[in-house]
Design a protein around this ligand. Structure first.
Ligand SMILES: NC(=O)c1ccc[n+]([C@@H]2O[C@H](COP(=O)([O-])OP(=O)(O)OC[C@H]3O[C@@H](n4cnc5c(N)ncnc54)[C@H](O)[C@@H]3O)[C@@H](O)[C@H]2O)c1
Ligand SMILES: C[C@@H](O)[C@H](N)C(=O)O
Length: 425
């Protein structure tokens, strides 16, 4: 990540706690207007205190060069933004962070927010296998079941509590943050103020903390970030995004803010737009695609499934193993391979009717009836039918393993084996 220094080079030697983005830009603009553009000094943000001397010399040299060159008509000198990066949120002067640095060979120290939902526990399991149990901390505002509590570090964290979040990141020397907390599409429509708080205000806390502490940040987006005016079959990475749910609006906001922080502050922001995710051992959290999980549970428990979407509602979907592997892969992808910071990923696309037919190949007795939920149907009708994920495939080698037939076999095997185990006990 490189930045034209002309936007940044007028930083004064003031105590860093007084430094703010707005202040720096105001001073810059004033200088430009006055035509002085002379350097008085350069701020040494807390992070750079721990930089080695050659880096400091580079900063000083570049600052001097900039002082000698006209402020405008800018000859663009570039330097890595992190060398001169500063915190987007003012911090108290006694905060003792910014001193943690990990070499490339160290394992990341990962914090997962909203980790007790459909996806977090599975992701923690995958990451712990790779980076070590104690290097991955799950967090949520809910009480974890015993199986989760005893399988690795768990901590209470409310993403709306900025200071608590910062304390967790500092005390645990976190280097990667996977931000899963959210209210999904259907529950979001049922409680818009809460969805706005968690999905938007909470995200602001996450972005600021990640930027201040130089974290690599993953925020999932969704097919729900598109709306009725987006191309729906297929939906490319870059197109009109005018979602009609608070969930979708908050996710577009997250994509744009993350990318803005990336270009503005050098935040290592990475984002995948997930399709509807289907899992056997975790329950979905109140979304529009939940039917595609429920059908398996009901098929096995009662042999009858009542679907809340119309039979011909086509949506992109993915088995959880593919989703979690994609997340790991994009987090590990070398930065130069990422030509974008937000990617569509996809695996399959089907309608309730097509899924029911596939399940009936294994369980011909399954009865499916339709009782359409108007809110969910309106949401689904505004979402992509097919996702174009060619950029993810080209840039960092994304490839799904599970198509619809494999998904159905895997789900039924898993749930049936669980049922047999219960019967045996
Ligand atoms: N599951 C999917 O199909 C899907 C698809 C696309 C994107 N995503 C995204 O992936 C992420 C994880 O999805 P999920 O299905 O696991 O969601 P989920 O609804 O199952 O879990 C979300 C978790 O966030 C927690 N949470 C709520 N408020 C919080 C707060 N103030 N502080 C901390 N945690 C809080 C909840 O307790 C819950 O455990 C979400 O951001 C979601 O938008 C999921
Ligand atoms: C698609 C996804 O974001 C989520 N499963 C929802 O339906 O809200």
């Amino acid at each position: 990540m490189r930045l034209g220094l002309c936007h940044w080079h007028i930083l004064e030697a003031v105590p860093y706690k007084r430094l703010s983005t707005r202040w720096a830009l105001q001073t810059h603009r004033k200088r430009v207007k006055q035509g002085t553009g002379k350097q008085q000094g350069i701020i040494i943000p807390p992070k750079t205190f721990c930089l080695k001397m050659p880096v400091m010399r580079t900063i000083t040299r570049v600052a001097k060069q900039m002082a000698q060159s006209p402020v405008c008509g800018c000859q663009i000198s570039v330097m890595p933004i992190r060398s001169i990066g500063f915190s987007p949120r003012q911090v108290p002067s006694d905060a003792s962070f910014h001193s943690v640095s990990f070499s490339e060979t160290d394992h990341p120290r990962v914090l997962i927010t909203g980790g007790l939902g459909q996806l977090g526990v599975g992701l923690a399991k995958l990451l712990r296998k790779r980076y070590g149990k104690n290097n991955v901390i799950l967090s949520d505002i809910r009480k974890p079941p015993d199986s989760v509590f005893y399988s690795g570090p768990f901590i209470y964290s409310d993403i709306l509590d900025y200071k608590n979040l910062r304390e967790i990141v500092v005390n645990n020397r976190i280097t990667w943050l996977i931000h899963y907390s959210a209210l999904l599409s259907a529950v979001g429509e049922a409680n818009v103020p809460l969805a706005r708080a968690v999905n938007i205000t909470g995200l602001h806390n996450i972005l600021d903390i990640a930027a201040e502490h130089g974290l690599r940040l993953f925020v999932p987006s969704t097919i729900g970030a598109f709306g009725p005016t987006s191309p729906r079959n297929p939906t490319p990475d870059l197109c009109v995004q005018r979602p009609r749910t608070i969930y979708g609006v908050s996710k577009v906001h997250a994509e744009l803010m993350g990318e803005y922080y990336h270009y503005r502050y050098g935040l290592d922001f990475r984002c995948l737009r997930y399709p509807g995710i289907i899992s056997a051992d975790s329950q979905p959290g109140g979304g529009t695609t939940d039917y595609a999980v429920q059908i398996f549970h009901d098929a096995i428990k009662t042999g009858r499934f009542m679907c809340n979407l119309k039979p011909d509602t086509r949506l992109p979907m993915m088995y959880i193993d593919d989703c979690l592997r994609a997340t790991l892969e994009v987090m590990e992808a070398p930065a130069p391979s990422l030509t974008m910071r937000t990617y569509n990923i996809n695996a399959m696309s089907f309608t309730p009717e097509e899924l029911a037919i596939e399940v009936q190949k294994h369980m011909p007795e399954l009865e499916v009836v339709y009782d359409v939920d108007a809110v969910r149907q309106a949401i689904a009708d505004s979402w992509p039918m097919n996702f174009d994920d060619s950029n993810a495939r080209k840039d960092w080698g994304w490839k799904h393993d599970f198509d619809m037939a494999e998904l159905v076999t895997t789900m039924l095997n898993y749930l049936n084996s669980g049922r047999l185990a219960i019967q045996a006990n």
